[in-house]
Ligand binder design. Sequence first.
Ligand code: GDP
Length: 139
Amino acid sequence: MAGNKTLTIIKPYAVNDGYIGSILSRINDAGFRITAMRFTHLNIKDAQAFYAIHKDKNFFDRLTAFMSSGPIVVAILEKDNAVADYRKLIGATNPEEAEEGTLRKLFGRNMEANAVHGSDSDENADIESNFFFSKMERF
Ligand code: GDP
């Protein structure tokens, strides 16, 4: 059975561009409940640890530099079938290829600055939630 939690990050440019409210409102309108949330700023080591799975990719240095370049908002979202439904709401990795109306199409600038992160599996949703939130902060 699909899990009911996913983790999202509103990435630095989307925060800087003033899209936090619009993005959270679309998340709520799509039926997700926000069960944990933090405004924070990753240092380069945190960003490298979060994206360790991509450490051998040619975009790793650019991605981690970008993700540590400014404040982000991190949240745990709850809904039936959360991972798949949220991936649908955010759209394709490349904002240019994302469907109309998706968060990445609406608010993304380019591949790194694609507005939001969304977990790609239930297992990673758990790992990523534990990365950002202590047990007491997870409901
Ligand atoms: P996601 O699950 O759609 O976020 O995509 P991935 O897990 O494959 O990649 C993580 C993040 O790395 C993406 O959200 C992008 O910001 C970035 N990324 C992925 N692939 C590429 C790429 O080919 N080029 C660049 N520049 N960035 C990428």
